[in-house]
Design a protein around this ligand. Structure first.
Ligand SMILES: [Zn+2]
Length: 260
């Protein structure tokens, strides 16, 4: 029988949890949206939960008292609702969820939080600024796929942005039962009409159903489970190290910076 994992809040219980002086909380945030034609709607949530679980387990093994919170399974997808059954929470809703979460953590004197983001549309930096003076909880934000840009480039022929080689490879590793490769289609991505957008300095919340033909951005054809496993492990190792460092750092006026 599987053991109760003390680092996972949804599994542990009061008698176990009250013995442990948890130092770091981890909050995964995913999404529920179409991912090309062949990946599950929960792709971002499956990925961020798997990475969070593995990183927490590894950090716990290294002595970090870490607590994995239940993840937020829906993200900011206002601009992708053109594809059927996609779900979205508005940015202000996510902000309120973060605010409520840090309020609870503060109540329990758990003052270090790692927000682990799994969806590109969840642009959360502004929320950490919004909450900066409201809470004494120290928040660190990581978009998991950014932790090793070099590994991202070497692991894949072309990682792609959405439902492409990187995400498909990860899902072939994590949940091959949910990947229907025969449905996958490279699709097409529409080019912007404005020079500033083509050069990348003029930004728009992209209307996904106009931008893409099948919701995907990137070619999944060269995906393999092995590529996914190797890149995922690299990300897990780096995030586990961050959790260990957060746990070991004294919570004083200098956190998370070097002392004089
Ligand atoms: Zn995704």
């Amino acid at each position: 029988m599987a053991e109760i994992r003390d680092w996972k809040l949804s599994e542990t219980n009061l008698s176990r949890a009250q013995q442990i002086p948890y130092e770091v909380a981890v909050l995964p945030i995913g999404a529920t949206e179409a991912h090309n034609l062949h990946l599950p709607y929960g792709t971002d949530t499956f990925q961020v939960e798997a990475i969070a679980e593995r990183a927490c387990a590894a950090a716990w093994e290294q002595g970090a008292e870490v607590l994995l919170l239940p993840s937020i399974p829906v993200g900011i997808n206002e601009n992708t609702l053109g594809f059927p059954w996609t779900l979205s929470y508005k940015p202000t809703t996510i902000l309120q969820m973060l605010r409520d979460t840090v309020g609870c953590l503060e109540q329990h004197r758990l003052m270090k939080l790692l927000v682990l983001n799994g969806h590109g549309g969840n642009e959360l930096k502004a929320f950490l600024r919004e909450l900066f003076r409201e809470t004494k909880v120290q928040m660190i934000l990581v978009d998991w796929w950014t932790v090793d840009p070099q590994a991202l480039q070497t692991a894949f022929d072309d990682p792609g942005e959405h439902g492409g080689e990187m995400e498909t490879s990860l899902m072939l590793h994590l949940r091959p039962d949910l990947v229907e490769m025969e449905q996958a289609d490279e699709g097409e991505v529409r080019k912007p009409h404005f020079t500033g957008m083509r050069e990348g300095w003029a930004w728009v919340a992209r209307p996904w159903d106009i931008l893409t033909t099948n919701s995907g951005v990137g070619n999944p054809a060269a995906s393999t489970a092995k590529k996914g496993q190797q890149f995922l492990q690299r990300c897990v190792d780096k995030i586990a190290q961050l959790i260990v460092e957060m746990a070991n750092e004294p919570m004083d006026d200098w956190y998370p910076y070097e002392r004089d």
